[in-house]
Design a protein. Structure first.
Length: 144
């Protein structure tokens, strides 16, 4: 797929949940290359989709939500599960770590800090006897 903004070619796998939703769609819809269309059955322009999404959010009583908010939420969630900037940039198409930082600033700091201290404490406890843990087990068990 090519990004609308920047034109960068990206390969992004389908999440199993999305694939299941596509497979479950009625045949009349699943034969289209575009699943969200205008009232005329055409593909949205970038601005048109943003405006349509805004209207849907407002109608649902979610004035704080937006299409761009989905991107930001996805970036924050990737940060919260511990993905590094390189992985997040591969999904988002960003080129610079600073760009990723704009989206991940709202990451769950408390949960991430708790996880970091838990992992650090486990590592320190594994070194109590010999003073040096050479097994590296703590890295693989905890994503480190």
């Amino acid at each position: 797929m090519s990004q609308a903004k920047g034109g960068k070619d990206l390969w992004i796998a389908l999440a199993p949940q999305l694939l299941a939703a596509i497979v479950a769609m009625p045949a009349a819809l699943s034969n289209h290359l575009c699943f969200l269309t205008t009232q005329f059955g055409a593909a949205f322009t970038r601005a048109g989709f943003g405006n349509w999404f805004r209207e849907q959010c407002d109608a649902a009583g979610l004035p704080h939500c937006s299409a761009h908010g989905l991107r930001k939420a996805n970036m924050r969630r990737m940060a919260e599960i511990g993905l590094g900037n390189q992985g997040m940039k591969a999904v988002s198409g960003h080129s610079k770590d600073e760009e990723v930082g704009h989206y991940t600033a709202a990451a769950d700091q408390k949960r991430m800090a708790d996880d970091a201290i838990t992992r650090l404490a486990r590592w320190e406890m594994s070194n109590r006897g010999s003073g040096l843990d050479t097994s590296n087990d703590y890295r693989f068990e905890n994503g480190g």
